[in-house]
Design a protein around this ligand. Structure first.
Ligand SMILES: *Cc1c(COP(=O)(O)O)cnc(C)c1O
Length: 365
Protein backbone atom coordinates (compact mmCIF):
# COMPACT_ATOMS: atom_id res chain seq x y z
CA UNK A 1 0.00 0.00 0.00
CA UNK A 2 1.26 3.47 -0.88
CA UNK A 3 2.60 5.73 1.86
CA UNK A 4 -0.18 7.86 3.15
CA UNK A 5 -0.17 11.18 4.88
CA UNK A 6 -2.70 12.61 7.27
CA UNK A 7 -4.00 16.18 6.95
CA UNK A 8 -5.52 17.93 9.95
CA UNK A 9 -8.13 20.67 9.60
CA UNK A 10 -9.13 22.00 13.02
CA UNK A 11 -12.57 23.37 13.71
CA UNK A 12 -13.06 27.06 14.38
CA UNK A 13 -16.20 26.57 16.48
CA UNK A 14 -15.68 24.28 19.43
CA UNK A 15 -18.80 22.92 21.10
CA UNK A 16 -19.61 23.34 24.73
CA UNK A 17 -18.91 19.91 26.25
CA UNK A 18 -21.77 18.27 28.14
CA UNK A 19 -21.42 17.44 31.84
CA UNK A 20 -20.54 13.80 32.49
CA UNK A 21 -23.87 13.16 34.25
CA UNK A 22 -25.76 14.25 31.13
CA UNK A 23 -24.20 11.58 28.93
CA UNK A 24 -26.02 8.46 27.78
CA UNK A 25 -24.87 6.28 24.87
CA UNK A 26 -24.14 7.48 21.35
CA UNK A 27 -25.99 10.78 21.22
CA UNK A 28 -23.18 13.31 21.60
CA UNK A 29 -20.32 13.62 19.12
CA UNK A 30 -16.99 15.40 19.39
CA UNK A 31 -15.61 18.37 17.43
CA UNK A 32 -13.60 16.37 14.87
CA UNK A 33 -13.84 13.22 12.77
CA UNK A 34 -11.53 11.18 10.58
CA UNK A 35 -12.23 10.57 6.90
CA UNK A 36 -10.48 8.66 4.13
CA UNK A 37 -11.65 7.82 0.62
CA UNK A 38 -11.13 4.89 -1.69
CA UNK A 39 -11.22 4.84 -5.46
CA UNK A 40 -9.93 2.22 -7.87
CA UNK A 41 -7.40 4.69 -9.29
CA UNK A 42 -5.99 5.98 -6.02
CA UNK A 43 -6.66 3.22 -3.48
CA UNK A 44 -7.26 4.57 0.04
CA UNK A 45 -6.30 8.23 -0.07
CA UNK A 46 -6.97 11.72 1.27
CA UNK A 47 -6.78 10.73 4.95
CA UNK A 48 -7.86 13.72 6.98
CA UNK A 49 -9.10 14.89 10.34
CA UNK A 50 -11.80 17.52 9.82
CA UNK A 51 -14.44 19.33 11.83
CA UNK A 52 -17.38 17.00 12.61
CA UNK A 53 -19.91 17.62 9.87
CA UNK A 54 -22.63 15.98 7.77
CA UNK A 55 -21.58 14.08 4.65
CA UNK A 56 -22.90 14.87 1.22
CA UNK A 57 -23.64 11.57 -0.48
CA UNK A 58 -25.46 10.78 -3.71
CA UNK A 59 -28.84 9.09 -3.07
CA UNK A 60 -27.76 6.39 -5.52
CA UNK A 61 -24.76 5.51 -3.34
CA UNK A 62 -24.68 1.74 -3.07
CA UNK A 63 -24.65 1.65 0.72
CA UNK A 64 -28.22 2.95 0.86
CA UNK A 65 -29.50 0.14 -1.34
CA UNK A 66 -27.45 -2.98 -0.73
CA UNK A 67 -25.87 -2.32 2.66
CA UNK A 68 -22.25 -2.93 1.68
CA UNK A 69 -20.71 -1.53 4.84
CA UNK A 70 -18.78 -2.58 7.93
CA UNK A 71 -18.07 -1.01 11.31
CA UNK A 72 -16.07 -1.36 14.49
CA UNK A 73 -16.56 -0.33 18.11
CA UNK A 74 -13.91 0.38 20.72
CA UNK A 75 -13.32 2.89 23.49
CA UNK A 76 -10.75 5.36 24.78
CA UNK A 77 -10.44 5.39 28.58
CA UNK A 78 -8.81 8.01 30.80
CA UNK A 79 -5.95 6.76 32.98
CA UNK A 80 -5.40 8.01 36.53
CA UNK A 81 -2.60 10.23 35.09
CA UNK A 82 -5.07 11.67 32.57
CA UNK A 83 -3.70 9.86 29.50
CA UNK A 84 -6.06 8.43 26.86
CA UNK A 85 -5.81 4.62 26.73
CA UNK A 86 -7.01 2.30 23.98
CA UNK A 87 -7.77 -1.37 24.65
CA UNK A 88 -6.33 -3.80 22.06
CA UNK A 89 -7.01 -1.44 19.11
CA UNK A 90 -4.95 -3.57 16.72
CA UNK A 91 -7.47 -6.36 17.21
CA UNK A 92 -10.28 -4.05 16.13
CA UNK A 93 -8.41 -2.98 13.01
CA UNK A 94 -7.56 -6.58 12.13
CA UNK A 95 -11.22 -7.49 12.56
CA UNK A 96 -12.20 -4.50 10.40
CA UNK A 97 -10.17 -6.04 7.58
CA UNK A 98 -11.76 -9.46 8.18
CA UNK A 99 -15.18 -7.83 7.87
CA UNK A 100 -13.94 -5.97 4.77
CA UNK A 101 -12.93 -9.24 3.21
CA UNK A 102 -16.39 -10.76 3.76
CA UNK A 103 -18.14 -7.68 2.34
CA UNK A 104 -15.75 -7.29 -0.67
CA UNK A 105 -14.45 -3.97 0.66
CA UNK A 106 -10.76 -3.22 -0.02
CA UNK A 107 -8.31 -3.83 2.83
CA UNK A 108 -7.07 -0.86 4.86
CA UNK A 109 -3.53 -0.32 6.13
CA UNK A 110 -3.94 -1.24 9.82
CA UNK A 111 -0.74 0.43 11.01
CA UNK A 112 -1.58 3.67 9.25
CA UNK A 113 -5.13 3.62 10.57
CA UNK A 114 -3.93 3.03 14.14
CA UNK A 115 -1.65 6.06 13.88
CA UNK A 116 -4.52 8.13 12.45
CA UNK A 117 -6.83 6.96 15.23
CA UNK A 118 -4.26 7.85 17.87
CA UNK A 119 -3.90 11.30 16.37
CA UNK A 120 -7.68 11.79 16.38
CA UNK A 121 -7.91 10.69 20.02
CA UNK A 122 -4.96 12.89 20.90
CA UNK A 123 -6.75 15.92 19.42
CA UNK A 124 -10.05 15.03 21.11
CA UNK A 125 -8.69 13.82 24.46
CA UNK A 126 -10.49 16.51 26.45
CA UNK A 127 -13.71 14.76 25.38
CA UNK A 128 -12.88 11.64 27.37
CA UNK A 129 -15.07 11.87 30.47
CA UNK A 130 -13.31 12.08 33.83
CA UNK A 131 -15.97 10.18 35.75
CA UNK A 132 -15.22 6.57 36.70
CA UNK A 133 -16.81 4.10 34.29
CA UNK A 134 -17.29 6.61 31.48
CA UNK A 135 -15.34 6.61 28.23
CA UNK A 136 -15.09 7.91 24.67
CA UNK A 137 -16.72 5.46 22.27
CA UNK A 138 -14.94 5.14 18.91
CA UNK A 139 -16.96 4.20 15.86
CA UNK A 140 -15.09 3.48 12.62
CA UNK A 141 -17.32 2.64 9.69
CA UNK A 142 -16.81 2.07 5.97
CA UNK A 143 -19.58 2.73 3.46
CA UNK A 144 -19.82 2.05 -0.26
CA UNK A 145 -20.29 5.32 -2.12
CA UNK A 146 -20.36 4.50 -5.83
CA UNK A 147 -23.53 5.90 -7.45
CA UNK A 148 -24.85 2.77 -9.09
CA UNK A 149 -27.92 0.59 -8.66
CA UNK A 150 -26.31 -2.59 -9.92
CA UNK A 151 -25.55 -5.36 -7.44
CA UNK A 152 -21.76 -5.59 -7.35
CA UNK A 153 -18.96 -4.50 -5.05
CA UNK A 154 -18.68 -0.72 -5.11
CA UNK A 155 -15.70 0.96 -6.77
CA UNK A 156 -15.68 3.77 -4.16
CA UNK A 157 -15.74 3.85 -0.37
CA UNK A 158 -15.52 6.24 2.52
CA UNK A 159 -13.98 5.34 5.88
CA UNK A 160 -15.27 7.47 8.74
CA UNK A 161 -14.29 7.54 12.41
CA UNK A 162 -16.52 9.43 14.80
CA UNK A 163 -16.22 9.71 18.58
CA UNK A 164 -18.92 9.82 21.22
CA UNK A 165 -18.44 10.39 24.95
CA UNK A 166 -20.56 7.78 26.74
CA UNK A 167 -21.89 7.37 30.24
CA UNK A 168 -21.29 4.38 32.47
CA UNK A 169 -23.08 1.31 31.13
CA UNK A 170 -24.22 0.39 34.62
CA UNK A 171 -25.44 3.53 36.34
CA UNK A 172 -26.16 1.72 39.61
CA UNK A 173 -23.38 -0.85 39.43
CA UNK A 174 -23.15 -4.07 37.44
CA UNK A 175 -26.61 -5.57 37.22
CA UNK A 176 -27.95 -8.93 35.97
CA UNK A 177 -30.49 -8.88 33.13
CA UNK A 178 -33.40 -11.07 32.05
CA UNK A 179 -33.04 -12.74 28.65
CA UNK A 180 -35.43 -14.65 26.38
CA UNK A 181 -34.27 -17.51 24.18
CA UNK A 182 -35.28 -16.54 20.63
CA UNK A 183 -37.04 -19.45 18.96
CA UNK A 184 -38.44 -17.80 15.84
CA UNK A 185 -36.00 -15.29 14.38
CA UNK A 186 -32.29 -15.83 13.74
CA UNK A 187 -29.49 -13.28 13.64
CA UNK A 188 -27.12 -15.01 11.25
CA UNK A 189 -26.45 -18.31 9.52
CA UNK A 190 -23.25 -20.19 8.86
CA UNK A 191 -21.94 -19.02 5.51
CA UNK A 192 -23.77 -15.72 6.00
CA UNK A 193 -22.34 -12.55 7.50
CA UNK A 194 -22.60 -13.34 11.22
CA UNK A 195 -18.87 -13.23 11.82
CA UNK A 196 -18.51 -9.87 10.06
CA UNK A 197 -19.33 -6.64 11.88
CA UNK A 198 -21.80 -5.31 9.35
CA UNK A 199 -24.92 -3.22 9.84
CA UNK A 200 -27.15 -5.74 8.07
CA UNK A 201 -26.78 -8.18 10.97
CA UNK A 202 -28.17 -5.53 13.27
CA UNK A 203 -31.06 -4.72 10.93
CA UNK A 204 -31.93 -8.43 10.95
CA UNK A 205 -31.90 -8.52 14.75
CA UNK A 206 -34.32 -5.64 15.45
CA UNK A 207 -37.57 -7.56 15.17
CA UNK A 208 -36.64 -10.15 17.78
CA UNK A 209 -35.24 -7.45 20.06
CA UNK A 210 -38.41 -5.39 19.78
CA UNK A 211 -40.68 -8.33 20.52
CA UNK A 212 -38.62 -9.46 23.51
CA UNK A 213 -38.44 -5.88 24.79
CA UNK A 214 -42.26 -5.65 24.84
CA UNK A 215 -42.30 -8.83 26.93
CA UNK A 216 -39.96 -7.28 29.49
CA UNK A 217 -36.65 -8.82 28.42
CA UNK A 218 -33.40 -6.89 28.08
CA UNK A 219 -32.10 -8.97 25.15
CA UNK A 220 -32.55 -12.27 23.34
CA UNK A 221 -30.32 -15.33 23.33
CA UNK A 222 -29.66 -16.22 19.70
CA UNK A 223 -29.68 -19.83 18.54
CA UNK A 224 -28.03 -21.01 15.33
CA UNK A 225 -29.87 -20.26 12.11
CA UNK A 226 -30.10 -23.83 10.79
CA UNK A 227 -31.24 -26.14 13.58
CA UNK A 228 -32.20 -23.45 16.13
CA UNK A 229 -30.57 -25.53 18.86
CA UNK A 230 -27.00 -24.29 19.24
CA UNK A 231 -26.42 -21.27 21.45
CA UNK A 232 -24.63 -18.46 19.59
CA UNK A 233 -24.76 -15.01 21.19
CA UNK A 234 -26.76 -12.87 23.61
CA UNK A 235 -28.03 -9.61 22.08
CA UNK A 236 -24.91 -8.13 20.50
CA UNK A 237 -22.57 -9.86 22.94
CA UNK A 238 -20.77 -13.17 23.12
CA UNK A 239 -21.96 -15.53 25.83
CA UNK A 240 -20.35 -17.64 28.58
CA UNK A 241 -21.68 -20.26 31.00
CA UNK A 242 -19.97 -21.70 34.04
CA UNK A 243 -21.01 -25.35 34.02
CA UNK A 244 -19.55 -27.44 36.82
CA UNK A 245 -15.87 -26.52 36.92
CA UNK A 246 -15.67 -25.48 33.28
CA UNK A 247 -16.36 -22.18 31.58
CA UNK A 248 -18.08 -22.86 28.25
CA UNK A 249 -18.47 -20.43 25.36
CA UNK A 250 -19.76 -21.28 21.90
CA UNK A 251 -17.06 -22.16 19.38
CA UNK A 252 -16.53 -19.62 16.58
CA UNK A 253 -18.55 -21.48 13.98
CA UNK A 254 -18.78 -18.92 11.19
CA UNK A 255 -21.95 -17.18 12.34
CA UNK A 256 -20.62 -15.92 15.69
CA UNK A 257 -18.81 -12.58 15.96
CA UNK A 258 -15.26 -12.98 17.23
CA UNK A 259 -15.45 -10.57 20.16
CA UNK A 260 -12.30 -8.98 21.55
CA UNK A 261 -13.87 -8.92 25.01
CA UNK A 262 -14.62 -12.64 24.53
CA UNK A 263 -10.98 -13.33 23.74
CA UNK A 264 -9.81 -11.14 26.64
CA UNK A 265 -12.18 -12.89 29.08
CA UNK A 266 -10.92 -16.30 27.93
CA UNK A 267 -7.29 -15.22 28.37
CA UNK A 268 -7.98 -13.87 31.87
CA UNK A 269 -9.92 -16.97 32.93
CA UNK A 270 -7.12 -19.27 31.72
CA UNK A 271 -4.57 -17.02 33.44
CA UNK A 272 -6.55 -17.57 36.66
CA UNK A 273 -6.45 -21.34 36.13
CA UNK A 274 -9.97 -22.01 34.84
CA UNK A 275 -10.73 -24.57 32.15
CA UNK A 276 -12.25 -22.59 29.30
CA UNK A 277 -13.87 -24.68 26.60
CA UNK A 278 -14.94 -23.36 23.21
CA UNK A 279 -17.46 -25.84 21.89
CA UNK A 280 -20.93 -26.32 20.47
CA UNK A 281 -23.58 -26.21 23.16
CA UNK A 282 -27.31 -26.65 22.57
CA UNK A 283 -30.05 -25.00 24.57
CA UNK A 284 -31.30 -28.51 25.51
CA UNK A 285 -27.89 -29.36 26.96
CA UNK A 286 -27.79 -26.12 28.92
CA UNK A 287 -31.25 -26.81 30.34
CA UNK A 288 -30.24 -30.36 31.33
CA UNK A 289 -27.20 -29.01 33.17
CA UNK A 290 -29.40 -26.40 34.77
CA UNK A 291 -31.81 -29.03 36.06
CA UNK A 292 -28.85 -30.92 37.54
CA UNK A 293 -27.88 -27.71 39.34
CA UNK A 294 -24.61 -27.44 37.40
CA UNK A 295 -25.00 -24.04 35.74
CA UNK A 296 -23.40 -21.66 38.20
CA UNK A 297 -23.23 -18.48 36.14
CA UNK A 298 -24.09 -16.98 32.76
CA UNK A 299 -22.86 -13.70 31.30
CA UNK A 300 -22.35 -11.79 28.07
CA UNK A 301 -19.19 -10.00 26.91
CA UNK A 302 -18.72 -6.99 24.64
CA UNK A 303 -17.10 -3.56 24.46
CA UNK A 304 -20.20 -1.59 25.51
CA UNK A 305 -20.79 -3.23 28.90
CA UNK A 306 -17.56 -5.28 29.21
CA UNK A 307 -19.38 -8.03 31.13
CA UNK A 308 -23.15 -8.35 31.47
CA UNK A 309 -24.40 -10.99 33.93
CA UNK A 310 -27.51 -12.94 32.97
CA UNK A 311 -29.80 -13.31 35.98
CA UNK A 312 -32.61 -15.20 34.27
CA UNK A 313 -32.94 -17.01 30.95
CA UNK A 314 -36.43 -17.98 29.76
CA UNK A 315 -36.70 -20.74 27.18
CA UNK A 316 -40.42 -20.84 26.52
CA UNK A 317 -41.97 -22.25 29.69
CA UNK A 318 -38.58 -23.28 31.04
CA UNK A 319 -37.13 -20.61 33.27
CA UNK A 320 -33.52 -20.69 34.37
CA UNK A 321 -32.30 -18.48 37.21
CA UNK A 322 -28.52 -18.30 37.63
CA UNK A 323 -26.76 -17.54 40.91
CA UNK A 324 -30.08 -16.48 42.50
CA UNK A 325 -30.36 -13.75 39.88
CA UNK A 326 -27.30 -12.01 41.27
CA UNK A 327 -23.94 -11.15 39.72
CA UNK A 328 -21.71 -14.20 39.94
CA UNK A 329 -18.12 -14.52 41.08
CA UNK A 330 -16.59 -14.84 37.61
CA UNK A 331 -18.67 -12.06 36.06
CA UNK A 332 -17.74 -9.75 38.94
CA UNK A 333 -14.03 -10.55 38.73
CA UNK A 334 -13.86 -10.33 34.96
CA UNK A 335 -15.70 -7.03 35.02
CA UNK A 336 -13.48 -5.54 37.73
CA UNK A 337 -10.29 -6.78 36.08
CA UNK A 338 -11.21 -5.62 32.58
CA UNK A 339 -12.19 -2.19 33.90
CA UNK A 340 -9.04 -2.01 35.99
CA UNK A 341 -6.84 -2.77 32.98
CA UNK A 342 -8.78 -0.59 30.55
CA UNK A 343 -8.59 2.43 32.87
CA UNK A 344 -4.90 1.87 33.59
CA UNK A 345 -5.59 1.31 37.30
CA UNK A 346 -4.34 -2.24 37.37
CA UNK A 347 -1.36 -4.25 36.13
CA UNK A 348 -1.82 -5.19 32.46
CA UNK A 349 -0.25 -8.68 32.21
CA UNK A 350 -0.95 -9.06 28.47
CA UNK A 351 0.12 -5.60 27.31
CA UNK A 352 -3.36 -4.91 26.03
CA UNK A 353 -3.42 -1.17 26.64
CA UNK A 354 -2.04 1.44 24.22
CA UNK A 355 -1.33 4.87 25.65
CA UNK A 356 -2.21 7.40 22.94
CA UNK A 357 0.28 9.92 24.32
CA UNK A 358 3.19 7.48 24.02
CA UNK A 359 4.89 5.92 20.96
CA UNK A 360 3.40 2.59 19.79
CA UNK A 361 4.94 -0.47 21.41
CA UNK A 362 5.80 -3.13 18.87
CA UNK A 363 4.49 -5.99 20.99
CA UNK A 364 0.98 -4.75 21.72
CA UNK A 365 -1.69 -7.35 21.06
C1 LIG B 1 -19.22 -6.24 18.35
C2 LIG B 1 -19.99 -7.48 18.67
C3 LIG B 1 -19.67 -8.32 19.76
C4 LIG B 1 -18.63 -7.95 20.81
O1 LIG B 1 -17.38 -7.75 20.30
P1 LIG B 1 -16.29 -6.95 21.19
O2 LIG B 1 -15.09 -6.93 20.32
O3 LIG B 1 -16.10 -7.76 22.42
O4 LIG B 1 -16.88 -5.61 21.47
C5 LIG B 1 -20.38 -9.49 19.92
N1 LIG B 1 -21.36 -9.84 19.07
C6 LIG B 1 -21.71 -9.05 18.03
C7 LIG B 1 -22.81 -9.49 17.14
C8 LIG B 1 -21.04 -7.86 17.79
O5 LIG B 1 -21.40 -7.10 16.77
Amino acid sequence: MAEQSLSVFKTTSYQEKPFDHELSFGRTFTDHMFLMDYSEESGWHDARITPYQPLQIDPAAMVFHYAQSVFEGLKAYRSPEGDPLLFRPKQNLARLNQSNDRLCIPQVDEDFLLEALKQLIHIEQDWIPHTEGMSLYIRPTIISTQSFLGVAPSTNYKLIIILSPVGAYYKEGINPVKIAVENEYVRAVRGGTGEAKTGGNYAASLKAQETAGKDGYAQVLWLDGVEKRYIEEVGSMNVFFKIGNEVVTPRLNGSILNGITRDSAMQLLRHWGYDVVERDITIDELYDHYQQGDVKEAFGSGTAAAISPIGQLDWGENKMVFNNGETGYLARNLYDTLMGIQYGQQYDPFNWVVNVNQPVQSHVS
